[in-house]
Design a protein around this ligand. Structure first.
Ligand SMILES: [Zn+2]
Length: 436
């Protein structure tokens, strides 16, 4: 194994301080760290005072392969993850075929191992085809290595199916991840029901679709004792429900996406499919509640729900275009620029919500959660000092369906390492890879 010495980086110390640090990576691990390290190494990288963090963890990505490789592949999706500073991602099972049995799961794991440049954990579905009422063989899927269970993309419509799934997941000590959405309350809406939908003449979807099913699930979670994790919260009432559930010791955690933290439906001023996702962007009040919930610990983590689509699909009206936006390449810089830089969130909390909480909730043993000797050398280096404008043509993802094109951000990734191996280097890479 080779060794890499990273010189002149800054790292997070305590709640919100940045201090200078050198690191030596050896045999896939962090071997040494000190303010000034002098030692031999196969590669020496001058970090130029960029910020070095444990590699980010995203528990919610759609890499589309097999079945939808025109939107994304494991190779392009994982390259996009590396470009975003992520070293571990959790892949959703809504593929073709759906990951709902052991044979498909094992095939997915083999494809992930073969094609990915970052670590991929594979979810399995709760029920066949994501829609059946009969629960899959969760013990067998758990034994075969599914990280957790979810029908993401579809709500579990029948309470009894959720009850059985939660009982089974609890028995094998796996997290049950829910996409909460009651189909009977969508009413063909393509964006949040509210003044913006009215002004644009587009059908609106009520947030009752999310909140009513979440309330149901919390009661079933309480009855079963399962660890229940809620995907992509979008509504103020959802944050309140989770806050109350935690006060009552229900075993619940939750995630929020960068787009629900930074956008709301008042910003949808034209029929633009890059603003269409599920759940939809809600009101400014909902958005404020999501930020408050993330800051006070009600919401545990940020997950991108990276959902690439082709340009052709997203060129359609919101009426017919598919749901979803990309996010894995813009998540860190957007959150840094809009939450940490203005002093709304500390570095410590950012590390919790983009790395440590995910590892804790899902029991990861092979991901770095701090910079310390013996940790896996999963690292990312971010330039927090220079502004950058997000461009559609710069993504490693096949999808450029981002609502953040032309936004100016700080925090572009400069380099990413997985188990000590460099898997991403920014364009101006010579400067970062030069031997000192
Ligand atoms: Zn999703």
């Amino acid at each position: 194994m080779t060794s890499t010495l990273i010189k002149h980086a800054r790292v997070v110390m305590g709640e919100n301080k940045l201090v200078k640090c050198d690191l030596l990576l050896k045999d896939g691990l962090i071997a040494e760290l000190a303010e000034d390290l002098v030692c031999e190494a196969d590669h020496i990288v001058d970090a130029k005072m960029a910020l070095l963090l444990p590699g980010l963890i995203d528990v919610h990505v759609h890499f589309r392969e097999p079945g939808f490789a025109d939107k994304e592949t494991i190779a392009t999706g994982s390259s996009a993850a590396a470009r975003g500073g992520f070293t571990t991602v959790f892949a959703m099972p809504n593929l073709n075929p759906v990951v709902d049995n052991v044979a498909v799961l094992q095939n997915m794991q083999a494809l992930n191992r073969r094609d990915a440049v970052v670590k991929i954990k594979q979810y399995a579905a709760i029920s066949a085809g994501l829609t059946a009422n009969k629960v899959d063989d969760l013990p067998a899927l758990a034994k075969a290595g599914a990280i957790a269970f979810t029908n993401d993309g579809k709500g579990v419509q029948t309470a009894d199916t959720m009850y059985q799934a939660m009982q089974a997941a609890a028995k094998v000590h796996k997290v049950l991840v829910a996409h909460v959405e009651d189909d009977s309350l969508i009413h063909a809406g393509v964006m949040n029901a509210g003044p913006s939908a009215k002004a644009l003449g587009l059908p609106g979807a009520s947030k009752l679709s999310e909140t009513s099913q979440l309330a149901r699930d919390l009661m079933i979670a309480k009855a079963t004792g399962v660890h229940y994790h809620v995907a992509h919260l979008s509504a103020l009432e959802s944050v309140e429900l989770i806050r109350i559930a935690k006060q009552h010791s229900i075993n619940v955690t939750a995630e929020v996406s960068p787009h629900h933290l930074l956008l709301d439906d008042s910003m949808i001023v034209k029929d633009d499919a890059n603003m269409k996702m599920n759940p939809p962007l809600r009101s400014a009040d909902d958005r404020a509640a999501l930020i408050a919930g993330l800051l006070d610990g009600t919401i545990d983590m940020v997950a991108t729900d990276h959902a690439p689509h082709t340009d052709r699909e997203k060129a359609q009206s919101m009426l017919t275009a598919p749901n979803g936006v990309t996010g894995i390449e813009t998540s860190f810089p957007l959150l840094y620029t809009h939450l940490v830089k203005p002093g709304i969130m500390t570095w410590h909390r950012l590390l919790e919500v983009m790395n440590q909480k995910a590892a804790e909730v899902f029991g990861l043993t092979d991901a770095a959660t701090k910079l310390a000797v013996g940790q896996p050398a999963d690292l990312a280096l971010f330039d927090i000092d220079h502004a950058h404008t997000i461009r559609a043509d710069e993504f490693a993802s096949k999808g450029s369906n981002s609502p953040f094109i032309n936004w100016t951000i700080f925090g572009q990734t400069q380099a990413t390492w997985v188990n000590g191996k460099q898997v991403y280097a920014a364009e101006r890479s010579e400067a970062w890879q030069n031997v000192i």
